[in-house]
Write a protein that binds this ligand. Sequence first.
Ligand SMILES: CC(C)(COP(=O)(O)OP(=O)(O)OC[C@H]1O[C@@H](n2cnc3c(N)ncnc32)[C@H](O)[C@@H]1OP(=O)(O)O)[C@@H](O)C(=O)NCCC(=O)NCCS
Length: 141
Amino acid sequence: MNSAPIAIADVSPAQFPAVIALWEEAGLTRPWNPPAADLQRALETETSTVLAAVAQGRLVGTVMVGHDGHRGWVYYLAVTGSERGTGLGRLLMQAAETWLVDRRAVKVQLMVRQTNTAVTGFYDRLGYTDADVRVLAKRLD
Ligand SMILES: CC(C)(COP(=O)(O)OP(=O)(O)OC[C@H]1O[C@@H](n2cnc3c(N)ncnc32)[C@H](O)[C@@H]1OP(=O)(O)O)[C@@H](O)C(=O)NCCC(=O)NCCS
């Protein structure tokens, strides 16, 4: 773990540019999901938030978390390149899980793009397993 103390709290508007830059650096943005709109929507919705990890005044990680009334969901987990492998991804996932437990969620789920094979080992280490479901989707906008 990095020796600098890490603070994890809801993202503030002043952090928006750094959050979006991190999501782009981490390869999480897609043209059809404008990140600023995703960020704004998650923060304005009562049952979701975006948590930011800050070390020495610098944004070093994020995780978006929400509760849909049945399950909890995690999106936009990202750790800046220089801090990866220091335990920060685990810390952010723990913070997201705690946020959900505080809201009485009993299960957390997340979606990993089929192309993101690099992250499989990370979720394995954290005890996540294949849910053996097909995810269907339809755009409403
Ligand atoms: C995924 C990500 C958040 C992990 O963050 P991190 O800070 O490097 O992870 P940690 O240091 O907390 O790792 C926790 C454990 O997972 C292991 N781990 C981390 N990345 C791994 C990988 N790619 N493959 C295998 N194991 C991995 C670590 O060795 C550590 O193991 P330990 O339990 O023995 O300590 C980071 O790599 C990232 O931002 N990736 C790009 C964005 C992304 O793909 N997000 C997920 C979208 S679904």
